[in-house]
Design a protein around this ligand. Structure first.
Ligand code: GDP
Ligand code: MG
Length: 293
């Protein structure tokens, strides 16, 4: 009697296990079909839109020599490679001084929303020059949006690197960058992945090589980056603020918050998520322009 019950139970367990396996398989299949989001961030003129064209093999993204950002809103485009759907997301250069504060705030909120949905990889695009504004913006991103896990999902992409096929030159450049910038940019100190490319306009052969290098790298990356503590944005920023220029921060908050709240209420589309971020960004954005942070 005892034995039959045991066997009966065993069968039931096997049945459950089969259902669980099937469920996991369906989830896995479903997840595979979701686009892998690739977020491009960096200074205006660093080569983000060019990189977006390279990846998607299109000319959908406006490449421009001028320092005024051509990408006023976040632009996206999907492409398929070996049955994997990728979605390239080209952002504005957050350093662009021609952008209004609302633009910057809106972009921060949009970036936060992308993070909320999860990202496959962040490509931090740089053409060899780091402007002061850019360093400040990364500081904000690291503090406000990202957590310590971001290093596992970030690749520093050095564009305008003519000797990209010379392994030694790439290594030297990477070493120099780390030596020079890791003190002021935690993301460079901690980042595990560096890629060197050159995408001059109209050089199709170089662009094909770039795409191959990037896809080879992206294919090896697994998982989705979704900062665990996005919902704690306010707290994190206040913690950060407490340690730096507290008095100045409070003064600036008083000056700017009410003004920004008015403007924010007109920005409708951002949705509920803005409520948390907006209050915080309204404090931060003016501070950046005042060079307090
Ligand atoms: N030589 C060279 N030019 C590049 C490279 N990447 C971008 N450019 C040029 O730099 C300018 C700015 O590029 P763009 O992609 O618009 O930069 P974004 O502002 O970051 O989107 C354009 O004229 C591009 O043709 C590169 O790797 N090598
Ligand atoms: Mg652009």
């Amino acid at each position: 009697m005892e034995k039959i019950q045991d066997e009966d139970w065993k069968k039931k367990c096997q049945g459950f296990q089969e259902i669980i396996d099937k469920k996991n398989q369906i989830i896995e299949e479903f997840t595979k079909k979701l686009p892998r989001k690739i977020l491009l961030i960096g200074c205006t003129g660093s080569g983000k839109s060019t990189l977006a064209n390279v990846l998607t093999s299109t000319n959908k993204f406006k490449e421009s020599n001028y320092s005024i950002s051509q990408t006023k809103t976040i632009q996206r485009c999907q492409f398929v490679e070996k049955e994997i759907i990728y979605e390239v997301i080209d952002t504005i250069g957050l350093n662009d001084t021609k952008l209004s504060r609302e633009d910057i705030l809106y972009k921060l909120a949009e970036l936060a929303r992308e993070l909320k949905d999860g990202l496959h990889q962040i490509l931090l695009v740089n053409n060899g020059r780091f402007t002061e504004e850019e360093i400040q913006v990364y500081k904000i991103l690291e503090t406000v949006l990202f957590d310590e896990n971001v290093k596992n999902y970030t690749t520093i992409v050095r564009t305008n690197f003519e000797k990209f096929e010379d392994e030694e030159e790439c290594q030297n450049n990477q070493r120099l960058l780390i030596e020079e910038k890791s003190r002021i940019m935690a993301i460079i100190k901690n980042c595990n992945f560096f890629i060197h490319l050159d995408n001059p306009s109209n050089d199709i052969s170089k662009r094909k090589k770039s795409k191959a290098i990037l896809l080879n790298h992206l294919n090896k990356q697994i998982g989705v980056y979704r900062p665990s503590n996005l919902e704690k944005l306010n707290e994190r920023i206040m913690d950060y603020m407490k340690n730096e220029n507290r008095e100045l921060v409070i003064q600036e908050m008083d000056k700017h918050v009410s003004k920004f709240e008015d403007k924010l209420s007109n920005l409708g589309q951002i949705g509920s998520f803005i409520s948390g971020l907006a209050a915080v960004a309204a404090i931060i954005v003016p501070l950046v322009s005042c060079n307090i942070m």
